[in-house]
Ligand binder design. Structure first.
Ligand code: ATP
Ligand code: MG
Length: 357
């Protein structure tokens, strides 16, 4: 029996509805396995702007820092589109990632066989796809300086800077090896080493770290080839580790392989401190408050929270199994169902998954 503190940031739109179902699941897990979870609620995003004037109150930052993990719904919506940059809900999310020093973004792409019709790929290509993309979050071309636009001799010219330290590369590559050890022990390191100096150091670093993980098979793949292989033969991948921009693009590409946005969880991990767990979908204002949103991405994010921040593998697997069972039994929310299936609302889907725990 263990005691854990979890910060809960429901956020905007469908955030509160889907987070509620994930919390009920966590409460059930606590009961089943005799743990004590304490949930502390905080505000972030549009609700925080409305109530406190900032998308990320200091109180929320402190709350998160003093917990084992953070569960987030989603932030944003048309209501706040006209806000100044520092008052936009998304700034709250960026702020919290920064405050918690989250450097590793983990995005599993798992095909649920019963949802295979939703995939844009042919059944025989996509069947058994189970990939985990590990993306670096703090460095690379999105954050390097100088970043500028200036007048050159032939008109405007621009500079973006791709900067990484060897330590930053090693940290994320190590994370890739660590998670690969808990899976099929196959790591694909993605770079552009035929062109970029940063990628050459990346590849050297991966080869060096690999010596400490003799049980994991390391392959290198150029990013253009990886983009193609994800669609040609996604099953060849187990864990993919890559830098910030390549990971941004590849993880969005990969997330579409299953065709079910409402099913995909994510984790962002820091150094020692709490990890942040959230569905990859947004706040979906078009369906907010209607009890039709699919809560499974958030429930699966809670499973990742159990696994990666609390070290509760068996508990995490029990949640994933319950989701699997619910789908196999034919339970569907509107986004993954079709008219001849019996469709459930958000709360009803949560209840079904709980019943399988
Ligand atoms: P953001 O900028 O916040 O990421 P977005 O423009 O990417 O938002 P989402 O909020 O992710 O959009 O929603 C995209 C579409 O998918 C919407 O039409 C929404 O209704 C649908 N959608 C998103 N999440 C879910 C969910 N959990 N269940 C059902 N439908 C969803
Ligand atoms: Mg989006």
């Amino acid at each position: 029996m263990s005691q854990f503190t979890i910060s809960v940031l429901p956020g905007d739109g469908i955030g509160p509805e889907v987070v509620r179902e994930a919390l009920l699941i966590l409460e059930q897990v606590a009961k089943n396995f005799q743990h004590t979870f304490t949930f502390n609620y905080g505000k972030v995003g549009g609700v925080a702007v409305d109530e406190t004037g900032t998308p990320l109150p200091q109180e929320t930052v402190e709350l998160c820092k003093n917990s084992h993990a953070v569960l987030l719904g989603a932030v944003g919506g048309p209501k706040w589109d006209q806000e100044t940059p520092e008052r936009r809900p998304e700034a709250g999310l960026l702020g919290i990632r920064k405050a918690l020093k989250l450097y590793a973004n983990l995005r599993p792409v798992t095909l649920f066989e019963s949802l295979i019709h939703a995939s844009p790929l042919k059944r025989e290509v996509v069947l058994d796809t189970d990939i985990l993309i590990v993306r670096e979050l703090t460095g690379g071309i999105y954050f390097g300086s100088p970043r500028e636009r200036r007048q050159g001799r032939d008109g405007l010219e621009v500079i973006d800077t791709l900067h990484y330290t060897e330590k930053e590369m090693e940290r994320i590559i190590r994370k890739g090896f660590d998670v690969a050890q808990g899976r099929k022990k196959k790591l694909t390191s993605v770079d552009k080493a035929n062109v970029l100096e940063s990628s050459r150091l990346w590849r050297e670093t991966a080869n060096r770290v690999a010596k400490e993980y003799p049980d994991v098979q390391l392959d290198h793949m150029l990013v253009d080839n990886a983009a193609m292989q994800l669609v040609r033969n996604p099953r060849q991948f187990d864990v993919i580790v890559t830098e910030n921009m390549f990971g941004d693009i590849l993880s969005d590409e990969a997330s579409m392989l299953t065709g079910s946005l409402g099913m995909l969880p994510s984790a962002s991990l820091g150094v020692g401190g709490p990890g942040l767990y959230e569905p990859i979908h947004g706040s979906a204002p078009d369906i907010a408050g209607k009890n039709v949103a699919n809560p499974l991405a958030t429930i699966l994010s809670a499973a990742m929270l159990l696994r990666h921040s609390l070290g509760l593998e068996e508990e995490a697997a029990s949640v994933e199994r319950a989701v699997d069972l619910a789908l196999e039994e034919g339970y569907r929310t509107q986004d993954i169902g079709s008219e001849w299936e019996r469709l459930l609302g958000t709360a009803q889907m949560g209840e079904v998954v709980r019943s399988y725990l």
